[in-house]
Every structure is written in structure tokens, then in C-alpha cells.
Design a protein around this ligand. Structure first.
Ligand SMILES: C[S@@+](CC[C@H](N)C(=O)[O-])C[C@H]1O[C@@H](n2cnc3c(N)ncnc32)[C@H](O)[C@@H]1O
Length: 287
């Protein structure tokens, strides 16, 4: 089993960078909700990567740095965390968030995760939370992680699992495509949210990149929010492909799509709010 590559990786990355530059503020504004949603997965990720006081840690596709700040607190003043991301705009927010938190052991570097301008064997641990699935060539990203980690260092990545376990993502996409008059898409399309969700795929890519002791844990990660409207506000604010698809429609047609998504996602409303099911794959290994 191997990951299929995106057709034009360079054009794809240019588009991804532009989308995240544009959505940086929206993603950052949702940090409290993202933090709550991903709390158990983030704690487990740091643990599985073996992040510990005094370490040099690499955070790939760090975004606005929510998990970077957790790493910074864990490694303490003797350690150093380097947050890298394709989008300079979102990384600037990570740096600002570190400054506000009074953490001076955080550095940032705008870089493509598939081409890290970093020396071989320079990190004691590495993580990537909800980033690797956006890489057009995730194997190349893992080879780069393998190169920059010292022998014995730990790695843990977090990605979405398969469509049946992440029904909200499927509802958003199928509704948007229908309203835009476009055909259904392969949910495992390279570079998209669930591209690494096929059981066994991430493990195999880790092994192909040279990692050992590879193990994946699936973790339920329901997104609990006060209402379905809060979830759609998050989707609108993040660099979601849904925005891109609906961006081609006029305002009324796009609104009709958002209305249908709200209705379909309403099935996850509960007596105490809204809880959208999600499942994440945490893959850990050693260099
Ligand atoms: C869903 S966000 C996750 C951000 C952060 N890790 C978090 O969990 O809050 C995905 C991030 O992946 C970054 N990204 C996408 N493709 C990348 C690539 N090829 N190299 C580095 N970062 C990339 C995006 O710019 C974005 O900041």
C-alpha cells in the first residue's frame, strides 16, 4: 500500500499556503475551541513522542502554535521548540502567542515540511498535529523528519482517520459539491483531510521512511460546541476546501448550501449542545 501523489505538488502547495495565510486569523481565533477539542489527543501525542524537559523538539505544520506552547511548557527553559509551517502568516501568530504566554524557548521557521532546511540529527523529538495529511507527498515529509531526528528520537503524528468515523467532514464535502454541481470526490484524495485515514497507511509510510517501533492508536475526538452554528462558524473561518468550492457560487446559492449543511449536521445536536464525531490516528515511532 502506498500514498498516491497529488498531480502538481508545487501548484498544490502554493494554493495551500495562500489558503492558510488567508485563514490564519480565523484559525487562531478558534484556538480555545480547538484546544478543548484536541486536548486528549495533544497530551497523548506529546507523551508518545517522548517530549521531556530539556529537549530540542520540532513541531511540523505547527499552525498558530497551540500544541507548540504545550511543548514549550513541557520542555522548560533548558529546552527549545522549533515551530515550522508552510504559511508565514499563521506562524507569525504562533510566535505572537508564545510571546504573550511568556515563553522564550519557542522559535519559528516558515518551511515546507517536505523540505526542511535543517541539519541532520538535530532534534530529540518531533510532532505534527493535523498537518501531515495536507502534504502532497507525506512519505517525503516523513523522510525529512527521519533525517532531522537523532537516532532513538521519538515522533508522533496526528491525522484524521477514515470517512465512516468522521461523518461531519463527509456531510460538509458532499453538500458543497452537490450545490456547486460537481461530482463526488474520493475522500482519500492526496493532500486532503482524510488522505491518510486508510487503516495501515500511515504505519506503512512511517516504515518506508525508515522509522522503527511504529504503532498507531485510534482515538475518538468528538468536537463539542454549544451548537451546530458554532461548528459551521469554525469551518467558515478555517482553510477548509468547502470555502473554496462554495466561493464559486453567488451569495444566495452558497447560503443554500450552508443551510443544508446546518440541517444535516443538526443530527449531532444533543440536550447539552452539539457533538460532532471525529476519529484521529496517533502514530508513534522511533528514529
Ligand atoms: C489544520 S492546521 C493544524 C495546525 C496546528 N498543528 C494545530 O493542530 O492547531 C494545518 C497546518 O498545516 C500546514 N501545512 C499544510 N501543508 C504543509 C506543508 N507542506 N508543510 C508545512 N506545513 C503545511 C498549514 O499551513 C496549516 O497551518
Amino acid at each position: 500500500m502506498s500514498a498516491v501523489l497529488a498531480p502538481d505538488p508545487q501548484a498544490f502547495k502554493t494554493a495551500v499556503r495562500a489558503q492558510w495565510d488567508q485563514s490564519a486569523a480565523g484559525w487562531n481565533a478558534h484556538t480555545p475551541q480547538i484546544r478543548d477539542w484536541l486536548r486528549p489527543a495533544t497530551d497523548a501525542m506529546l507523551d508518545m513522542a517522548g517530549v521531556a524537559p530539556g529537549m530540542q523538539v520540532l513541531d511540523v505544520a505547527a499552525g498558530a502554535g497551540d500544541q507548540t506552547l504545550d511543548i514549550a511548557r513541557c520542555i522548560g527553559p533548558q529546552g527549545q521548540v522549533l515551530a515550522t509551517d508552510l504559511s508565514p502568516a499563521i506562524l507569525a501568530l504562533a510566535q505572537e502567542n508564545a510571546r504573550h504566554a511568556g515563553l522564550d524557548n519557542v522559535q519559528t521557521l516558515a518551511a515546507d515540511g517536505e523540505r526542511l532546511p535543517l541539519a541532520q540529527g538535530s532534534f530529540d523529538a518531533a510532532v505534527s498535529r493535523l498537518g501531515l495529511m495536507f502534504f502532497p507527498n507525506p512519505l517525503q515529509g516523513l523522510r525529512e523528519l527521519h533525517r532531522v531526528l537523532r537516532p532513538g528520537a521519538g515522533l508522533c503524528t496526528v491525522v484524521f482517520s477514515r470517512p465512516e468515523k468522521n461523518p461531519c467532514l463527509g456531510i460538509l464535502m458532499s453538500t458543497a459539491l452537490k450545490h456547486a454541481g460537481l461530482p463526488p470526490r474520493d475522500p482519500y484524495q492526496p493532500g486532503t483531510l482524510m488522505s491518510l485515514g486508510k487503516p495501515g497507511l500511515v504505519d506503512e509510510l512511517f516504515r518506508q521512511a525508515g522509522f522503527r517501533d511504529v504503532a498507531t492508536t485510534a482515538m475518538a475526538a468528538p468536537f463539542r460546541l454549544p451548537s451546530v452554528q458554532h461548528y459551521l462558524a469554525f469551518i467558515r473561518a478555517s482553510a477548509s476546501p468547502i470555502q473554496h468550492i462554495l466561493g464559486k457560487l453567488d451569495t444566495a446559492a452558497a447560503q443554500a448550501a450552508w443551510d443544508e449543511m446546518e440541517e444535516r449536521l443538526g443530527q449531532f445536536s444533543t440536550a447539552t449542545g452539539w457533538a460532532g464525531p471525529n476519529e484521529l490516528l496517533l502514530t508513534a515511532a522511533r528514529r
